[in-house]
Design a protein. Sequence first.
Length: 260
Amino acid sequence: MAIISTAGLARTFATKSGPVEAVRGVDLTVGAGEILGFLGPNGAGKTTTLRMLTTLLPPTGGAATVAGCDLLRDPAGVRARIGYVAQSGGVDPQETVRAELVLQGRLYHLSKDEAAARAEELAADLGLTELLGRSTAALSGGQRRRLDIALGLVHRPAVLFLDEPTTGLDPASRADLWKLVRRLRAEHGTTVFLTTHYLDEADALADRIVVVDKGVVVAEGTPAALKERYAGSPDATLQDAFLALTGRGPAPVDTTPVAV
């Protein structure tokens, strides 16, 4: 059963030098409970597609349904059924972990008691219980990412969009987040739509990978299938397959570890 489906999804930007087709027609299907890796080099249309699917940017062409809601006709319905964890996060450094979680629950129309209970539940589930009274400004990089994900899960979304979730994290925090993503799918059936420039991360986590370039989908399949098809062997690296597909490597990322 498809929980995300797009047909000819497109976005054109008007510029002084003329229209720019950032996304030229993306056809995409994501199954319920799937972990999808969505990859592309700089300028491929990956970020624009993600922003359209999360209702942050209206499409200029095509159609899509997300979690059973039409993207164009019912964007509010889409927002109610998805969680979105941006690369930069969005917590208030002057608030505590508990206050941020409770506020998010209230924004999703939970009562005060329901929001407080949900905050405790998520804190226990994501290893944040001892941090509930701590200011978000005092969190380490790994702790802050766990909080970001908790905020995206307050309303129990059917689909969780993760935009570069481990950029800058140290290896231990990165491994912890990988375990968390797997557990979300295994225990709750959450569909995860993952964008990342770490190809080893996509290889390790994704059931299936979709590669976009120049505004269209250029390949999709399991990591092993893509490596065999485009790099000649299932034992090749995903980097080899990616380069064969696009002629370019993924965008450089900041590999400076964040303190834990």
